[in-house]
Ligand binder design. Structure first.
Ligand SMILES: Nc1ncnc2c1ncn2[C@@H]1O[C@H](COP(=O)(O)OP(=O)(O)OP(=O)(O)O)[C@@H](O)[C@H]1O
Ligand SMILES: [Mg+2]
Length: 249
């Protein structure tokens, strides 16, 4: 995992970089992630195997019509557990990445389109301010889309109802003489408390009743796999801002 902090200072006192500054902490994090990765990959694998049989029998029961309500409930929960296990596998297993040259704004638009309904349903207005030009990057489209969707979903969940999500892109000079594309996801939710700010990217850290706490851990992994990073700040009076950055192609 590479991680290259090209620092931007946070816009508020409370800011955290996913890259970390002191070596011991980042090593601890790597170690934790490696352990979690190993354990969760094997667990996820076993869970998914076990579920195949259980799911098949549930289908049979549903077809036979025995207590459909109960069986339907079991089926729904099984699907949820199966999804959870898949997410654990995605987080921990080595991924087959297929990098190609992409137009970042197109990938962003794909991610936003998938979540269009969620935004509309909750009366959340979307502002797009794409000023990065050109917007080409080398990357794995599916992984980047997953990372962006995680960030948008979190913003939607933080806002709840009635608010605004702003997605902004800029091109900035990088330390190595190249350029970096920075994508800002800013919401009008409550922002993040200082205690939580330090823990957001830890796998399984969640403050949500039904959260898995894997969204940001996955997002950070995707950023790192693209020689990028992710930072978060609180924008006074207007919620959280997540900044995903990666090298411009
Ligand atoms: N935009 C945001 N505004 C406020 N808090 C946020 C925001 N994004 C993330 N968080 C906090 O970070 C925590 C971790 O987020 P993460 O996406 O990793 O997991 P989750 O959303 O809780 O669960 P899931 O696995 O379903 O994504 C959240 O539970 C929430 O407390
Ligand atoms: Mg999430």
């Amino acid at each position: 995992m590479s991680s290259k902090p090209e620092k931007s200072s946070g816009s508020a006192a409370a800011s955290a970089s996913a890259s970390g500054h002191d070596v011991p902490e980042s090593l601890r994090r790597l170690d934790r992630l490696a352990n979690v990765g190993l354990v969760s990959a094997s667990l996820a694998h076993e869970i998914k195997n076990g579920l195949v049989a259980v799911k098949t029998y549930t289908e049979v029961l549903l077809e036979k019509g025995d207590d459909n309500q109960m069986t339907e409930l079991v089926r729904r929960e099984l699907t949820r557990i199966d999804g959870l296990a898949s997410q654990m596998l995605r987080l921990s297993a080595p991924k087959a990445s297929t990098p190609k040259t992409l137009n970042l704004h197109q990938t962003l638009d794909h991610s936003l389109r998938v979540l269009e309904y969620q935004l509309r349903d909750r009366f959340i207005t979307l502002q797009r301010d794409y000023s990065a030009s050109p917007d080409t990057v080398r990357g794995d489209e599916a992984q980047l889309q997953q990372a962006f969707m995680n960030l948008v979903l979190n913003a939607v969940e933080a806002i709840g109802q009635n608010g605004e999500l702003t997605v902004r892109t800029v091109l900035t000079p990088a330390a190595n003489g190249g350029q970096r594309l920075r994508i800002f996801f800013q919401d009008t939710g409550p922002g993040i408390t200082p205690e939580n700010l330090a823990r957001l990217f830890e796998p399984f850290f969640t403050t949500k009743k039904n959260g898995t706490g894997l969204g940001l851990a996955i997002t950070r992994r995707v950023a790192e796999d693209h020689q990028g990073d992710i930072e978060v700040t609180n924008e006074p009076g207007s919620g959280a801002v997540f900044i995903f950055s990666l090298p411009a192609a």
